[in-house]
Ligand binder design. Structure first.
Ligand SMILES: [Zn+2]
Length: 152
């Protein structure tokens, strides 16, 4: 996720994402949100709902209710938080289910696809764009390679 969006989430939920300033031997959050920009709204909504629960439940210690990892894995959203109450777990699994229908690139309606060994949720137009980009990169490499051959 691009830094501008990450910083918006850190600013909106400072307690929840307090771990993002910790070193990498203590948290995964130092790497930021390891997924595409398209999931920003989904993560924002999930963070909002969780922060509300933490704020209203006196049994929960906000210092322990911090997020240690947010990433894409096998196409879906993974979200690890220190205080996993049943209510919070339900929200996390609902968001994870939803992520399989949201394009990770643009946030539009996406479907699960496997491309070059990766499972990704992506929409038709982002898929076309990424194929085009890959093709262009391949062309560039081929050109570079043949230029190199000529030089040698
Ligand atoms: Zn898309």
């Amino acid at each position: 996720m691009r830094a501008e969006l990450e910083n918006k989430l850190y600013a909106a939920y400072p307690a929840l994402y307090a771990q993002h300033t910790l070193p990498m031997d203590q948290t995964n959050m130092c790497w930021g949100f390891q997924c595409g920009d398209g999931w920003y709204n989904l993560i924002d909504r999930l963070s909002f709902d969780i922060a509300k629960i933490i704020a209203t439940n006196e049994q929960l210690d906000p210092k322990l209710c911090t997020v240690s990892c947010v990433k894409e894995k096998f196409g879906g959203l993974r979200f690890h938080i220190g205080c996993a109450t049943e209510e919070i777990l339900k929200l996390v699994s609902k968001a994870s289910e939803e992520s399989f229908k949201i394009c990770e690139t643009c946030g539009g309606e996406g479907t699960e696809r496997t491309s070059e060994g990766w499972i990704r949720v992506i929409c038709d137009s982002c898929e076309v764009a990424s194929q085009k980009k890959r093709e262009e990169e391949r062309m560039k490499l081929t050109t570079k390679y043949s230029e190199q051959m000529e030089l040698d």
